[in-house]
Design a protein around this ligand. Structure first.
Ligand code: T3D
Length: 258
Protein backbone atom coordinates (compact mmCIF):
# COMPACT_ATOMS: atom_id res chain seq x y z
CA UNK A 1 0.00 0.00 0.00
CA UNK A 2 1.17 3.49 -0.84
CA UNK A 3 2.63 5.48 2.08
CA UNK A 4 1.03 8.65 0.70
CA UNK A 5 -2.46 8.73 -0.79
CA UNK A 6 -2.90 11.49 -3.33
CA UNK A 7 -5.90 12.79 -5.25
CA UNK A 8 -6.85 16.04 -6.93
CA UNK A 9 -10.56 16.87 -6.84
CA UNK A 10 -12.29 20.17 -7.61
CA UNK A 11 -9.11 22.19 -7.18
CA UNK A 12 -8.08 20.52 -3.90
CA UNK A 13 -5.01 18.28 -3.71
CA UNK A 14 -5.54 15.76 -0.90
CA UNK A 15 -2.38 14.34 0.62
CA UNK A 16 -2.96 11.61 3.21
CA UNK A 17 -0.06 10.17 5.26
CA UNK A 18 -0.73 6.46 5.10
CA UNK A 19 1.32 4.32 7.47
CA UNK A 20 -1.36 4.10 10.17
CA UNK A 21 0.21 1.18 12.06
CA UNK A 22 3.29 3.42 12.64
CA UNK A 23 1.20 6.52 13.37
CA UNK A 24 2.24 7.65 9.87
CA UNK A 25 5.94 7.96 10.80
CA UNK A 26 8.13 8.88 7.83
CA UNK A 27 10.57 6.52 6.18
CA UNK A 28 12.66 7.54 3.17
CA UNK A 29 10.19 6.26 0.61
CA UNK A 30 7.37 8.26 2.21
CA UNK A 31 9.48 11.43 2.52
CA UNK A 32 10.51 11.31 -1.15
CA UNK A 33 6.95 10.53 -2.23
CA UNK A 34 5.68 13.51 -0.20
CA UNK A 35 8.19 15.79 -1.94
CA UNK A 36 7.05 14.47 -5.32
CA UNK A 37 3.37 15.15 -4.46
CA UNK A 38 4.21 18.68 -3.29
CA UNK A 39 5.97 19.28 -6.63
CA UNK A 40 2.84 18.18 -8.47
CA UNK A 41 0.79 20.58 -6.34
CA UNK A 42 3.18 23.42 -7.18
CA UNK A 43 3.16 22.78 -10.93
CA UNK A 44 -0.42 21.69 -11.64
CA UNK A 45 -2.57 24.77 -12.28
CA UNK A 46 -5.66 22.72 -11.47
CA UNK A 47 -4.52 22.62 -7.82
CA UNK A 48 -5.68 25.69 -5.89
CA UNK A 49 -5.36 24.40 -2.33
CA UNK A 50 -3.40 21.57 -0.65
CA UNK A 51 -5.00 19.57 2.17
CA UNK A 52 -2.75 17.36 4.31
CA UNK A 53 -4.01 14.89 6.91
CA UNK A 54 -3.20 11.46 8.37
CA UNK A 55 -4.89 8.10 8.04
CA UNK A 56 -5.92 6.37 11.27
CA UNK A 57 -5.53 7.72 14.78
CA UNK A 58 -2.40 9.80 14.21
CA UNK A 59 -1.36 12.69 12.00
CA UNK A 60 2.35 11.81 11.92
CA UNK A 61 4.83 10.55 14.54
CA UNK A 62 7.85 12.06 12.78
CA UNK A 63 10.84 10.06 11.67
CA UNK A 64 10.43 6.27 11.63
CA UNK A 65 12.90 5.44 14.37
CA UNK A 66 13.40 1.88 13.12
CA UNK A 67 14.82 3.31 9.91
CA UNK A 68 17.31 5.44 11.86
CA UNK A 69 19.03 2.35 13.28
CA UNK A 70 18.61 0.24 10.14
CA UNK A 71 22.12 -0.41 8.70
CA UNK A 72 20.52 -0.33 5.24
CA UNK A 73 18.65 2.91 6.00
CA UNK A 74 19.56 6.34 4.62
CA UNK A 75 21.76 7.22 7.63
CA UNK A 76 21.50 10.22 9.95
CA UNK A 77 23.50 12.45 7.60
CA UNK A 78 20.85 12.33 4.89
CA UNK A 79 17.60 12.41 6.84
CA UNK A 80 17.40 16.16 7.28
CA UNK A 81 19.13 17.26 4.10
CA UNK A 82 17.27 14.85 1.81
CA UNK A 83 13.96 14.29 3.62
CA UNK A 84 12.67 17.02 5.93
CA UNK A 85 14.46 20.18 4.81
CA UNK A 86 13.25 19.83 1.21
CA UNK A 87 9.72 19.08 2.48
CA UNK A 88 9.59 22.23 4.65
CA UNK A 89 10.99 24.43 1.89
CA UNK A 90 8.50 23.03 -0.61
CA UNK A 91 5.54 23.72 1.71
CA UNK A 92 6.73 27.25 2.41
CA UNK A 93 7.47 28.13 -1.20
CA UNK A 94 4.27 26.64 -2.67
CA UNK A 95 2.31 29.56 -4.07
CA UNK A 96 -1.00 28.05 -2.91
CA UNK A 97 -2.49 27.63 0.57
CA UNK A 98 -1.48 24.47 2.42
CA UNK A 99 -3.83 23.25 5.16
CA UNK A 100 -2.67 20.79 7.83
CA UNK A 101 -5.71 18.96 9.26
CA UNK A 102 -4.36 17.37 12.44
CA UNK A 103 -6.47 14.29 13.15
CA UNK A 104 -4.42 12.87 16.05
CA UNK A 105 -0.93 12.95 17.46
CA UNK A 106 1.67 15.07 15.62
CA UNK A 107 5.12 14.33 17.03
CA UNK A 108 8.70 15.25 16.11
CA UNK A 109 9.02 16.11 12.43
CA UNK A 110 5.27 15.43 12.17
CA UNK A 111 4.54 18.35 14.51
CA UNK A 112 6.90 20.66 12.68
CA UNK A 113 5.66 19.76 9.22
CA UNK A 114 2.23 20.82 10.54
CA UNK A 115 3.61 24.12 11.82
CA UNK A 116 5.15 24.87 8.43
CA UNK A 117 1.71 24.77 6.82
CA UNK A 118 -0.31 27.95 6.24
CA UNK A 119 -3.47 27.02 8.11
CA UNK A 120 -3.37 24.43 10.90
CA UNK A 121 -6.63 23.03 12.24
CA UNK A 122 -7.12 20.08 14.56
CA UNK A 123 -9.70 17.86 16.16
CA UNK A 124 -10.15 17.93 19.94
CA UNK A 125 -8.22 14.66 20.36
CA UNK A 126 -5.17 15.88 18.48
CA UNK A 127 -1.91 16.59 20.27
CA UNK A 128 1.51 18.04 19.51
CA UNK A 129 4.79 16.75 20.89
CA UNK A 130 8.26 18.18 20.32
CA UNK A 131 9.47 14.64 20.93
CA UNK A 132 13.09 15.20 19.86
CA UNK A 133 14.75 15.84 23.25
CA UNK A 134 13.30 12.59 24.59
CA UNK A 135 15.55 10.68 22.20
CA UNK A 136 18.50 13.07 22.50
CA UNK A 137 17.87 15.18 19.38
CA UNK A 138 17.23 18.85 18.81
CA UNK A 139 13.99 20.01 17.12
CA UNK A 140 14.28 20.01 13.33
CA UNK A 141 12.03 20.34 10.29
CA UNK A 142 11.93 24.09 10.91
CA UNK A 143 10.47 23.83 14.41
CA UNK A 144 13.15 26.02 15.98
CA UNK A 145 12.12 28.69 13.44
CA UNK A 146 8.34 28.36 13.36
CA UNK A 147 7.43 27.55 16.97
CA UNK A 148 9.05 30.56 18.72
CA UNK A 149 7.49 32.83 16.09
CA UNK A 150 4.07 31.36 16.87
CA UNK A 151 4.15 30.98 20.65
CA UNK A 152 7.26 32.85 21.86
CA UNK A 153 10.65 31.84 23.25
CA UNK A 154 9.60 30.80 26.76
CA UNK A 155 6.91 28.36 25.77
CA UNK A 156 8.97 27.00 22.88
CA UNK A 157 11.96 26.35 25.11
CA UNK A 158 9.82 24.56 27.68
CA UNK A 159 8.01 22.43 25.11
CA UNK A 160 11.21 21.59 23.25
CA UNK A 161 13.27 20.78 26.34
CA UNK A 162 10.58 18.90 28.26
CA UNK A 163 8.99 17.21 25.25
CA UNK A 164 5.56 17.62 26.88
CA UNK A 165 2.43 16.61 25.02
CA UNK A 166 0.19 19.63 24.23
CA UNK A 167 -3.47 18.88 23.58
CA UNK A 168 -5.22 20.73 20.74
CA UNK A 169 -7.16 23.09 23.03
CA UNK A 170 -3.93 24.26 24.71
CA UNK A 171 -2.15 24.50 21.36
CA UNK A 172 -4.98 26.73 20.14
CA UNK A 173 -4.74 28.93 23.20
CA UNK A 174 -0.95 29.25 22.74
CA UNK A 175 -1.32 30.34 19.11
CA UNK A 176 -0.06 27.18 17.41
CA UNK A 177 -3.33 26.60 15.54
CA UNK A 178 -6.15 28.42 13.77
CA UNK A 179 -9.18 26.41 14.97
CA UNK A 180 -10.18 23.15 16.61
CA UNK A 181 -13.35 21.13 16.01
CA UNK A 182 -15.07 18.25 17.81
CA UNK A 183 -13.86 14.92 16.45
CA UNK A 184 -17.27 14.00 14.96
CA UNK A 185 -17.42 17.03 12.67
CA UNK A 186 -13.70 17.60 12.14
CA UNK A 187 -13.37 16.06 8.70
CA UNK A 188 -16.40 17.90 7.32
CA UNK A 189 -15.35 21.26 8.84
CA UNK A 190 -11.77 20.86 7.67
CA UNK A 191 -12.93 20.11 4.13
CA UNK A 192 -15.18 23.20 4.16
CA UNK A 193 -12.11 25.38 4.70
CA UNK A 194 -10.34 23.65 1.81
CA UNK A 195 -13.35 24.13 -0.47
CA UNK A 196 -13.52 27.84 0.43
CA UNK A 197 -9.81 28.35 -0.27
CA UNK A 198 -10.01 26.45 -3.55
CA UNK A 199 -12.53 29.00 -4.82
CA UNK A 200 -10.62 32.11 -3.77
CA UNK A 201 -8.19 34.25 -5.81
CA UNK A 202 -5.35 31.71 -5.75
CA UNK A 203 -2.54 33.97 -6.94
CA UNK A 204 -3.42 36.55 -4.32
CA UNK A 205 -3.39 33.90 -1.58
CA UNK A 206 0.15 33.05 -2.70
CA UNK A 207 1.17 36.72 -2.45
CA UNK A 208 -0.33 36.92 1.06
CA UNK A 209 1.68 33.85 2.06
CA UNK A 210 4.96 35.25 0.70
CA UNK A 211 4.38 38.72 2.20
CA UNK A 212 3.82 37.23 5.65
CA UNK A 213 6.82 34.97 5.40
CA UNK A 214 9.10 37.76 4.23
CA UNK A 215 7.92 40.03 7.06
CA UNK A 216 9.94 37.89 9.51
CA UNK A 217 13.19 39.39 8.26
CA UNK A 218 12.03 42.83 7.06
CA UNK A 219 11.97 46.34 8.48
CA UNK A 220 8.62 48.17 8.31
CA UNK A 221 9.89 50.27 5.40
CA UNK A 222 10.96 47.19 3.42
CA UNK A 223 7.68 45.45 4.19
CA UNK A 224 5.71 48.47 2.94
CA UNK A 225 7.64 48.29 -0.31
CA UNK A 226 6.99 44.58 -0.55
CA UNK A 227 3.23 45.12 0.03
CA UNK A 228 3.28 47.65 -2.79
CA UNK A 229 5.01 45.15 -5.09
CA UNK A 230 2.63 42.28 -4.30
CA UNK A 231 -0.42 44.55 -4.38
CA UNK A 232 0.44 45.55 -7.94
CA UNK A 233 0.76 41.89 -8.87
CA UNK A 234 -2.58 41.10 -7.20
CA UNK A 235 -4.24 44.04 -8.95
CA UNK A 236 -3.02 42.68 -12.29
CA UNK A 237 -4.87 39.35 -11.84
CA UNK A 238 -8.11 38.44 -13.59
CA UNK A 239 -9.49 37.56 -10.16
CA UNK A 240 -9.10 41.15 -8.94
CA UNK A 241 -11.03 42.36 -11.99
CA UNK A 242 -13.71 39.77 -11.29
CA UNK A 243 -13.84 40.65 -7.57
CA UNK A 244 -14.46 44.32 -8.23
CA UNK A 245 -16.97 43.68 -11.04
CA UNK A 246 -18.88 41.21 -8.87
CA UNK A 247 -18.97 43.63 -5.94
CA UNK A 248 -20.30 46.47 -8.05
CA UNK A 249 -22.88 44.20 -9.70
CA UNK A 250 -23.93 42.90 -6.24
CA UNK A 251 -23.30 39.27 -7.21
CA UNK A 252 -21.01 36.52 -5.90
CA UNK A 253 -17.57 36.52 -7.57
CA UNK A 254 -16.38 33.55 -9.57
CA UNK A 255 -12.63 33.38 -9.10
CA UNK A 256 -10.62 31.21 -11.46
CA UNK A 257 -7.20 31.50 -9.86
CA UNK A 258 -5.93 33.53 -12.82
O1 T3D B 1 18.31 12.20 11.42
C1 T3D B 1 17.28 12.08 12.09
O2 T3D B 1 16.69 11.03 12.36
C2 T3D B 1 16.71 13.35 12.55
C3 T3D B 1 15.28 13.38 12.25
C4 T3D B 1 14.42 13.57 13.23
C5 T3D B 1 13.01 13.76 12.95
C6 T3D B 1 12.09 13.27 14.04
O3 T3D B 1 10.91 13.24 13.81
S1 T3D B 1 12.78 12.74 15.52
C7 T3D B 1 11.35 12.30 16.47
C8 T3D B 1 10.81 10.95 16.08
N1 T3D B 1 9.53 10.66 16.69
C9 T3D B 1 9.40 10.33 17.97
O4 T3D B 1 10.34 10.29 18.73
C10 T3D B 1 8.02 9.94 18.42
C11 T3D B 1 7.99 8.47 18.76
N2 T3D B 1 6.64 8.04 19.09
C12 T3D B 1 6.11 8.27 20.29
O5 T3D B 1 6.69 8.85 21.19
C13 T3D B 1 4.74 7.75 20.51
O6 T3D B 1 4.46 6.76 19.55
C14 T3D B 1 3.65 8.85 20.41
C15 T3D B 1 3.75 9.74 21.65
C16 T3D B 1 3.79 9.66 19.15
C17 T3D B 1 2.24 8.17 20.41
O7 T3D B 1 2.14 7.31 21.49
P1 T3D B 1 0.94 6.22 21.53
O8 T3D B 1 1.02 5.56 22.87
O9 T3D B 1 -0.33 6.88 21.14
O10 T3D B 1 1.25 5.20 20.35
P2 T3D B 1 2.38 4.06 20.34
O11 T3D B 1 1.82 2.80 20.90
O12 T3D B 1 3.65 4.56 20.91
O13 T3D B 1 2.61 3.90 18.75
C18 T3D B 1 1.75 3.09 17.94
C19 T3D B 1 2.64 2.32 16.99
O14 T3D B 1 3.35 3.25 16.17
C20 T3D B 1 3.70 1.52 17.73
O15 T3D B 1 3.95 0.35 16.97
P3 T3D B 1 3.51 -1.11 17.55
O16 T3D B 1 4.14 -1.27 18.89
O17 T3D B 1 2.00 -1.03 17.63
O18 T3D B 1 4.02 -2.07 16.51
C21 T3D B 1 4.91 2.41 17.66
O19 T3D B 1 6.13 1.73 17.76
C22 T3D B 1 4.74 3.01 16.29
N3 T3D B 1 5.45 4.30 16.19
C23 T3D B 1 5.09 5.46 16.74
N4 T3D B 1 5.98 6.39 16.46
C24 T3D B 1 6.93 5.81 15.70
C25 T3D B 1 6.60 4.46 15.53
N5 T3D B 1 7.37 3.62 14.85
C26 T3D B 1 8.50 4.14 14.30
N6 T3D B 1 8.88 5.42 14.44
C27 T3D B 1 8.11 6.28 15.12
N7 T3D B 1 8.48 7.59 15.20
Amino acid sequence: MSSILFTIESGIANIVFNRPDKLNAFNREMALSFQEKLDICANDTEVRCVFITGNGKGFCAGQDLAEVVDPNGPGMGKILSEHYNPIILRIRSLSKPVIAAINGVAAGAGANIALACDIVIANHSASFIQAFSKIGLIPDSGGSYTLPRLIGYQRSTALMMLGDKVMAADALQMGMLYKIFPDEIFEAEAKKIAVTLSKMPTKTLGYIKYALQESAGNSLASQLELEDEYQQKAAATMDFKEGVEAFLAKRAPIFKGE
